[in-house]
Design a protein around this ligand. Structure first.
Ligand SMILES: Cc1cc2nc3c(=O)[nH]c(=O)nc-3n(C[C@H](O)[C@H](O)[C@H](O)COP(=O)(O)OP(=O)(O)OC[C@H]3O[C@@H](n4cnc5c(N)ncnc54)[C@H](O)[C@@H]3O)c2cc1C
Length: 328
Protein backbone atom coordinates (compact mmCIF):
# COMPACT_ATOMS: atom_id res chain seq x y z
CA UNK A 1 0.00 0.00 0.00
CA UNK A 2 1.27 3.50 -0.84
CA UNK A 3 1.59 6.16 1.87
CA UNK A 4 -1.47 8.40 2.17
CA UNK A 5 -2.79 11.08 4.49
CA UNK A 6 -6.14 10.97 6.28
CA UNK A 7 -8.56 13.86 6.89
CA UNK A 8 -11.92 13.89 8.61
CA UNK A 9 -13.64 17.18 7.71
CA UNK A 10 -16.39 18.39 10.00
CA UNK A 11 -18.62 19.83 7.27
CA UNK A 12 -19.46 19.41 3.63
CA UNK A 13 -17.66 22.54 2.42
CA UNK A 14 -14.42 21.41 4.02
CA UNK A 15 -14.91 17.95 2.48
CA UNK A 16 -15.37 19.49 -0.98
CA UNK A 17 -12.26 21.62 -0.59
CA UNK A 18 -10.16 18.60 0.42
CA UNK A 19 -11.83 16.34 -2.17
CA UNK A 20 -10.85 18.73 -4.97
CA UNK A 21 -7.13 18.24 -4.22
CA UNK A 22 -5.12 16.15 -6.63
CA UNK A 23 -4.81 12.53 -5.42
CA UNK A 24 -7.71 12.86 -2.93
CA UNK A 25 -10.49 10.27 -2.61
CA UNK A 26 -13.54 10.27 -0.39
CA UNK A 27 -13.68 7.45 2.15
CA UNK A 28 -16.93 5.81 3.23
CA UNK A 29 -16.80 2.63 5.28
CA UNK A 30 -13.65 1.62 3.39
CA UNK A 31 -14.95 -1.90 2.73
CA UNK A 32 -14.09 -1.65 -0.96
CA UNK A 33 -11.62 1.21 -1.24
CA UNK A 34 -9.25 -0.05 1.46
CA UNK A 35 -9.21 -3.52 -0.15
CA UNK A 36 -8.33 -1.90 -3.49
CA UNK A 37 -5.53 0.08 -1.82
CA UNK A 38 -4.13 -3.07 -0.20
CA UNK A 39 -4.18 -4.78 -3.60
CA UNK A 40 -2.45 -1.69 -5.08
CA UNK A 41 -5.29 -1.25 -7.60
CA UNK A 42 -6.09 2.21 -6.23
CA UNK A 43 -3.45 4.58 -4.84
CA UNK A 44 -5.02 7.72 -3.37
CA UNK A 45 -2.64 10.16 -1.73
CA UNK A 46 -5.27 11.49 0.65
CA UNK A 47 -8.40 9.91 2.12
CA UNK A 48 -11.19 12.34 2.98
CA UNK A 49 -13.40 10.52 5.48
CA UNK A 50 -17.02 11.56 4.87
CA UNK A 51 -18.70 9.06 7.18
CA UNK A 52 -19.59 11.82 9.66
CA UNK A 53 -21.54 13.82 7.04
CA UNK A 54 -25.10 13.33 5.69
CA UNK A 55 -26.13 10.62 8.13
CA UNK A 56 -29.92 11.11 8.34
CA UNK A 57 -32.97 9.56 6.70
CA UNK A 58 -35.66 12.22 6.33
CA UNK A 59 -39.16 12.56 4.88
CA UNK A 60 -39.37 14.77 1.78
CA UNK A 61 -42.19 17.25 1.15
CA UNK A 62 -43.44 15.11 -1.71
CA UNK A 63 -43.93 12.00 0.44
CA UNK A 64 -40.65 10.29 -0.36
CA UNK A 65 -37.48 9.69 1.64
CA UNK A 66 -34.09 11.38 1.48
CA UNK A 67 -31.31 9.06 2.59
CA UNK A 68 -28.00 10.74 3.44
CA UNK A 69 -24.95 9.35 1.65
CA UNK A 70 -23.26 8.62 4.98
CA UNK A 71 -26.08 6.41 6.29
CA UNK A 72 -24.84 2.87 6.86
CA UNK A 73 -26.33 0.11 4.73
CA UNK A 74 -27.63 -1.65 7.86
CA UNK A 75 -29.47 1.48 8.98
CA UNK A 76 -31.19 1.87 5.61
CA UNK A 77 -32.29 -1.77 5.53
CA UNK A 78 -33.60 -1.60 9.10
CA UNK A 79 -35.43 1.73 8.81
CA UNK A 80 -39.13 1.13 9.37
CA UNK A 81 -40.19 3.57 6.63
CA UNK A 82 -37.90 1.81 4.14
CA UNK A 83 -39.15 -1.64 5.14
CA UNK A 84 -42.81 -0.62 4.89
CA UNK A 85 -42.74 1.64 1.82
CA UNK A 86 -39.75 0.30 -0.14
CA UNK A 87 -39.36 -3.35 0.89
CA UNK A 88 -37.36 -4.22 -2.22
CA UNK A 89 -34.64 -1.78 -1.11
CA UNK A 90 -34.38 -3.34 2.32
CA UNK A 91 -34.34 -6.84 0.78
CA UNK A 92 -31.66 -5.85 -1.75
CA UNK A 93 -29.33 -4.48 0.93
CA UNK A 94 -29.81 -7.53 3.15
CA UNK A 95 -29.01 -9.79 0.18
CA UNK A 96 -25.55 -8.24 -0.06
CA UNK A 97 -22.24 -8.81 1.71
CA UNK A 98 -22.36 -9.72 5.43
CA UNK A 99 -23.80 -8.04 8.51
CA UNK A 100 -20.34 -6.78 9.50
CA UNK A 101 -19.72 -5.23 6.07
CA UNK A 102 -23.22 -3.69 5.93
CA UNK A 103 -22.57 -2.15 9.35
CA UNK A 104 -19.56 -0.30 7.90
CA UNK A 105 -20.67 0.36 4.31
CA UNK A 106 -22.34 3.66 3.42
CA UNK A 107 -24.90 4.56 0.77
CA UNK A 108 -22.40 6.71 -1.16
CA UNK A 109 -19.71 4.03 -1.06
CA UNK A 110 -22.12 1.30 -2.09
CA UNK A 111 -23.02 3.20 -5.26
CA UNK A 112 -19.36 3.68 -6.14
CA UNK A 113 -18.03 0.22 -5.29
CA UNK A 114 -15.92 -1.17 -8.12
CA UNK A 115 -16.57 -4.27 -10.19
CA UNK A 116 -15.74 -7.75 -8.84
CA UNK A 117 -14.24 -8.91 -12.16
CA UNK A 118 -11.26 -11.06 -11.13
CA UNK A 119 -9.09 -9.62 -13.91
CA UNK A 120 -9.62 -6.10 -12.56
CA UNK A 121 -8.19 -7.22 -9.21
CA UNK A 122 -5.26 -9.13 -10.78
CA UNK A 123 -2.56 -6.69 -11.82
CA UNK A 124 -0.87 -9.40 -13.89
CA UNK A 125 -3.96 -9.51 -16.16
CA UNK A 126 -4.97 -7.21 -19.01
CA UNK A 127 -7.80 -4.96 -17.94
CA UNK A 128 -8.97 -1.82 -19.75
CA UNK A 129 -10.77 -0.67 -16.63
CA UNK A 130 -7.70 -0.82 -14.40
CA UNK A 131 -5.11 0.05 -17.08
CA UNK A 132 -6.81 1.64 -20.12
CA UNK A 133 -5.59 0.35 -23.47
CA UNK A 134 -4.20 -2.96 -22.19
CA UNK A 135 -7.09 -5.20 -23.32
CA UNK A 136 -9.65 -7.36 -21.55
CA UNK A 137 -8.67 -10.86 -20.43
CA UNK A 138 -12.24 -11.58 -19.28
CA UNK A 139 -13.64 -11.71 -22.82
CA UNK A 140 -11.82 -14.97 -23.60
CA UNK A 141 -11.21 -15.94 -20.00
CA UNK A 142 -13.31 -17.13 -17.07
CA UNK A 143 -16.44 -15.04 -17.48
CA UNK A 144 -19.24 -16.77 -15.56
CA UNK A 145 -20.07 -13.58 -13.60
CA UNK A 146 -19.80 -11.18 -16.51
CA UNK A 147 -22.15 -8.97 -18.53
CA UNK A 148 -24.70 -10.15 -21.07
CA UNK A 149 -26.23 -6.73 -21.79
CA UNK A 150 -24.58 -3.46 -22.85
CA UNK A 151 -21.02 -4.83 -22.81
CA UNK A 152 -18.33 -3.68 -25.26
CA UNK A 153 -15.22 -5.11 -26.86
CA UNK A 154 -13.26 -3.18 -24.19
CA UNK A 155 -15.03 -4.49 -21.08
CA UNK A 156 -17.54 -7.12 -19.98
CA UNK A 157 -17.49 -6.38 -16.24
CA UNK A 158 -20.69 -6.05 -14.21
CA UNK A 159 -21.64 -3.59 -11.50
CA UNK A 160 -21.79 -5.52 -8.22
CA UNK A 161 -24.20 -3.47 -6.08
CA UNK A 162 -27.51 -5.01 -5.00
CA UNK A 163 -28.72 -1.76 -3.44
CA UNK A 164 -28.27 0.18 -6.68
CA UNK A 165 -30.51 -2.27 -8.57
CA UNK A 166 -33.39 -1.62 -6.18
CA UNK A 167 -32.76 2.13 -6.44
CA UNK A 168 -32.92 1.86 -10.24
CA UNK A 169 -36.35 0.24 -10.03
CA UNK A 170 -37.50 2.93 -7.60
CA UNK A 171 -36.55 5.86 -9.88
CA UNK A 172 -34.24 7.18 -7.16
CA UNK A 173 -32.27 10.40 -7.59
CA UNK A 174 -28.63 10.76 -6.56
CA UNK A 175 -27.74 14.22 -5.21
CA UNK A 176 -24.14 15.28 -5.69
CA UNK A 177 -22.33 18.43 -4.59
CA UNK A 178 -19.40 20.01 -6.32
CA UNK A 179 -17.80 23.41 -6.48
CA UNK A 180 -20.40 24.42 -9.06
CA UNK A 181 -23.25 23.54 -6.69
CA UNK A 182 -25.63 20.61 -6.31
CA UNK A 183 -27.26 18.49 -8.99
CA UNK A 184 -29.70 15.58 -8.96
CA UNK A 185 -28.93 12.66 -11.25
CA UNK A 186 -31.46 9.88 -11.90
CA UNK A 187 -29.87 6.70 -10.54
CA UNK A 188 -30.38 5.03 -13.86
CA UNK A 189 -28.18 7.68 -15.54
CA UNK A 190 -25.59 7.79 -12.75
CA UNK A 191 -23.63 4.70 -13.85
CA UNK A 192 -22.59 4.35 -17.49
CA UNK A 193 -22.00 1.52 -19.96
CA UNK A 194 -18.34 0.71 -20.69
CA UNK A 195 -18.02 1.63 -24.39
CA UNK A 196 -14.37 2.34 -25.16
CA UNK A 197 -13.74 3.93 -21.74
CA UNK A 198 -14.59 1.36 -19.06
CA UNK A 199 -12.47 3.26 -16.55
CA UNK A 200 -15.32 5.82 -16.54
CA UNK A 201 -18.03 4.22 -14.43
CA UNK A 202 -20.30 7.13 -13.53
CA UNK A 203 -21.12 10.68 -14.59
CA UNK A 204 -19.53 12.07 -11.40
CA UNK A 205 -17.00 14.81 -12.01
CA UNK A 206 -13.67 15.03 -10.20
CA UNK A 207 -14.14 16.11 -6.60
CA UNK A 208 -17.93 15.73 -6.60
CA UNK A 209 -19.38 14.32 -3.40
CA UNK A 210 -22.51 12.19 -3.20
CA UNK A 211 -24.66 13.71 -0.46
CA UNK A 212 -27.96 11.83 -0.67
CA UNK A 213 -30.27 9.47 -2.48
CA UNK A 214 -33.91 10.52 -2.77
CA UNK A 215 -36.73 8.03 -3.18
CA UNK A 216 -40.00 9.22 -4.73
CA UNK A 217 -43.22 8.25 -2.91
CA UNK A 218 -43.60 4.47 -2.55
CA UNK A 219 -45.47 2.54 -5.23
CA UNK A 220 -48.84 0.98 -4.70
CA UNK A 221 -48.82 -2.79 -5.22
CA UNK A 222 -46.06 -5.18 -4.20
CA UNK A 223 -42.32 -5.18 -4.66
CA UNK A 224 -39.45 -7.55 -4.06
CA UNK A 225 -35.77 -8.24 -4.74
CA UNK A 226 -34.67 -11.68 -5.95
CA UNK A 227 -30.98 -12.53 -6.08
CA UNK A 228 -29.66 -15.70 -7.71
CA UNK A 229 -26.08 -16.55 -6.79
CA UNK A 230 -23.67 -19.45 -6.46
CA UNK A 231 -23.88 -19.51 -2.64
CA UNK A 232 -26.76 -18.58 -0.38
CA UNK A 233 -24.77 -15.80 1.28
CA UNK A 234 -21.63 -13.77 0.83
CA UNK A 235 -21.76 -13.99 -2.96
CA UNK A 236 -22.41 -11.47 -5.70
CA UNK A 237 -25.40 -11.84 -8.02
CA UNK A 238 -25.37 -13.99 -11.11
CA UNK A 239 -28.73 -12.36 -11.82
CA UNK A 240 -30.89 -10.22 -9.61
CA UNK A 241 -34.32 -8.75 -10.21
CA UNK A 242 -35.82 -5.77 -8.39
CA UNK A 243 -39.48 -5.53 -9.30
CA UNK A 244 -42.58 -3.60 -8.29
CA UNK A 245 -45.96 -4.53 -9.68
CA UNK A 246 -49.48 -3.15 -9.36
CA UNK A 247 -52.28 -5.25 -10.86
CA UNK A 248 -55.92 -4.18 -11.10
CA UNK A 249 -58.63 -6.55 -12.35
CA UNK A 250 -56.03 -8.81 -13.88
CA UNK A 251 -54.33 -5.98 -15.79
CA UNK A 252 -50.85 -4.58 -15.15
CA UNK A 253 -51.37 -0.99 -14.02
CA UNK A 254 -47.78 -0.19 -13.05
CA UNK A 255 -44.58 -2.20 -13.28
CA UNK A 256 -40.93 -1.45 -12.60
CA UNK A 257 -38.16 -3.95 -13.24
CA UNK A 258 -34.39 -3.55 -12.84
CA UNK A 259 -31.75 -6.24 -13.27
CA UNK A 260 -28.42 -6.77 -11.53
CA UNK A 261 -25.47 -8.98 -12.46
CA UNK A 262 -26.10 -8.46 -16.18
CA UNK A 263 -24.39 -5.20 -17.13
CA UNK A 264 -21.80 -2.54 -16.27
CA UNK A 265 -24.63 -0.66 -14.53
CA UNK A 266 -27.96 -1.49 -12.90
CA UNK A 267 -30.16 -2.36 -15.88
CA UNK A 268 -33.64 -0.90 -16.05
CA UNK A 269 -35.79 -3.34 -18.01
CA UNK A 270 -37.66 -0.77 -20.12
CA UNK A 271 -38.58 -3.17 -22.92
CA UNK A 272 -40.18 -5.59 -20.47
CA UNK A 273 -42.03 -2.77 -18.70
CA UNK A 274 -43.38 -1.42 -22.00
CA UNK A 275 -44.52 -4.88 -23.06
CA UNK A 276 -46.39 -5.39 -19.78
CA UNK A 277 -48.10 -2.07 -19.04
CA UNK A 278 -51.84 -2.24 -19.72
CA UNK A 279 -51.69 -5.93 -20.61
CA UNK A 280 -52.74 -9.10 -18.81
CA UNK A 281 -50.93 -10.09 -15.61
CA UNK A 282 -50.35 -13.67 -16.71
CA UNK A 283 -47.32 -15.93 -16.63
CA UNK A 284 -47.29 -16.05 -20.45
CA UNK A 285 -47.21 -12.25 -20.66
CA UNK A 286 -44.43 -12.06 -18.05
CA UNK A 287 -42.38 -14.62 -19.98
CA UNK A 288 -42.87 -12.76 -23.28
CA UNK A 289 -41.82 -9.48 -21.64
CA UNK A 290 -38.72 -11.10 -20.15
CA UNK A 291 -37.82 -12.49 -23.58
CA UNK A 292 -38.25 -9.04 -25.11
CA UNK A 293 -35.89 -7.56 -22.52
CA UNK A 294 -33.18 -10.15 -23.07
CA UNK A 295 -33.52 -10.28 -26.87
CA UNK A 296 -30.35 -8.19 -27.22
CA UNK A 297 -28.38 -10.18 -24.62
CA UNK A 298 -25.13 -11.80 -25.75
CA UNK A 299 -23.46 -14.64 -23.86
CA UNK A 300 -19.75 -15.33 -23.53
CA UNK A 301 -18.17 -18.78 -23.08
CA UNK A 302 -19.23 -19.26 -19.44
CA UNK A 303 -22.21 -16.95 -18.94
CA UNK A 304 -24.68 -17.65 -21.76
CA UNK A 305 -26.84 -19.51 -19.21
CA UNK A 306 -27.69 -16.12 -17.69
CA UNK A 307 -29.95 -15.29 -20.66
CA UNK A 308 -32.41 -18.09 -19.91
CA UNK A 309 -31.88 -17.68 -16.17
CA UNK A 310 -32.74 -13.98 -16.40
CA UNK A 311 -35.97 -14.73 -18.24
CA UNK A 312 -36.96 -17.30 -15.63
CA UNK A 313 -36.17 -15.08 -12.65
CA UNK A 314 -38.07 -12.10 -14.10
CA UNK A 315 -41.09 -14.31 -14.88
CA UNK A 316 -41.10 -16.03 -11.51
CA UNK A 317 -40.68 -12.78 -9.58
CA UNK A 318 -43.69 -11.23 -11.34
CA UNK A 319 -45.80 -14.38 -10.87
CA UNK A 320 -45.08 -14.27 -7.13
CA UNK A 321 -45.82 -10.54 -6.87
CA UNK A 322 -49.17 -11.10 -8.64
CA UNK A 323 -50.08 -13.89 -6.24
CA UNK A 324 -49.20 -11.66 -3.26
CA UNK A 325 -51.58 -8.97 -4.52
CA UNK A 326 -54.40 -11.47 -4.83
CA UNK A 327 -54.13 -12.47 -1.16
CA UNK A 328 -53.86 -8.88 0.09
C1 LIG B 1 -16.51 -9.88 1.13
C2 LIG B 1 -17.44 -8.85 0.52
C3 LIG B 1 -18.66 -9.25 0.01
C4 LIG B 1 -19.53 -8.31 -0.53
N1 LIG B 1 -20.73 -8.71 -1.07
C5 LIG B 1 -21.57 -7.79 -1.63
C6 LIG B 1 -22.80 -8.17 -2.20
O1 LIG B 1 -23.18 -9.34 -2.22
N2 LIG B 1 -23.58 -7.19 -2.73
C7 LIG B 1 -23.21 -5.87 -2.73
O2 LIG B 1 -23.97 -5.03 -3.21
N3 LIG B 1 -22.04 -5.50 -2.21
C8 LIG B 1 -21.21 -6.42 -1.67
N4 LIG B 1 -20.01 -6.03 -1.15
C9 LIG B 1 -19.56 -4.67 -1.38
C10 LIG B 1 -19.99 -3.70 -0.32
O3 LIG B 1 -21.39 -3.48 -0.43
C11 LIG B 1 -19.23 -2.42 -0.61
O4 LIG B 1 -17.87 -2.67 -0.31
C12 LIG B 1 -19.74 -1.25 0.19
O5 LIG B 1 -21.08 -0.97 -0.10
C13 LIG B 1 -18.90 -0.02 -0.11
O6 LIG B 1 -19.29 1.00 0.78
P1 LIG B 1 -18.21 1.78 1.64
O7 LIG B 1 -18.92 2.87 2.35
O8 LIG B 1 -17.40 0.84 2.47
O9 LIG B 1 -17.34 2.39 0.44
P2 LIG B 1 -15.77 2.71 0.40
O10 LIG B 1 -15.02 1.44 0.24
O11 LIG B 1 -15.38 3.62 1.51
O12 LIG B 1 -15.72 3.57 -0.95
C14 LIG B 1 -16.08 3.01 -2.20
C15 LIG B 1 -15.94 4.11 -3.25
O13 LIG B 1 -16.90 5.14 -3.01
C16 LIG B 1 -16.26 6.42 -2.91
N5 LIG B 1 -17.10 7.20 -1.99
C17 LIG B 1 -17.51 6.79 -0.74
N6 LIG B 1 -18.40 7.69 -0.26
C18 LIG B 1 -18.53 8.69 -1.19
C19 LIG B 1 -19.32 9.87 -1.29
N7 LIG B 1 -20.17 10.26 -0.33
N8 LIG B 1 -19.20 10.64 -2.40
C20 LIG B 1 -18.36 10.28 -3.40
N9 LIG B 1 -17.58 9.17 -3.36
C21 LIG B 1 -17.69 8.37 -2.28
C22 LIG B 1 -14.85 6.12 -2.46
O14 LIG B 1 -13.96 7.15 -2.84
C23 LIG B 1 -14.58 4.81 -3.20
O15 LIG B 1 -14.21 5.10 -4.53
C24 LIG B 1 -19.14 -6.94 -0.58
C25 LIG B 1 -17.92 -6.54 -0.04
C26 LIG B 1 -17.06 -7.48 0.50
C27 LIG B 1 -15.75 -7.02 1.06
Amino acid sequence: MNPFSYERPSDQQAALTLGARSGAKYLGGGTNLVDLMRETIEHPEMLVDVTGLSCAIEETDGGGLRIGAGVKNTAVAADRRVRERYPLLSEAILAGASAQIRNMATVGGNLLQRTRCGYFYDDAAHCNKRAPGTGCDAIDGFNRMHAILGASTACVATHPSDMAVALAALDALVTVEGHNGARDIPLIDFHVLPGETPQMETVLETGELITAVTLPPGLAGRSSYRKVRDRASYAFALISVAAALEVQDGVVKEVRIALGGVAHKPWRAKAAEAALKGGPATEAAFRAAAQAELASARGLRDNAFKIELGQRVITDTLVKLTALQEIR
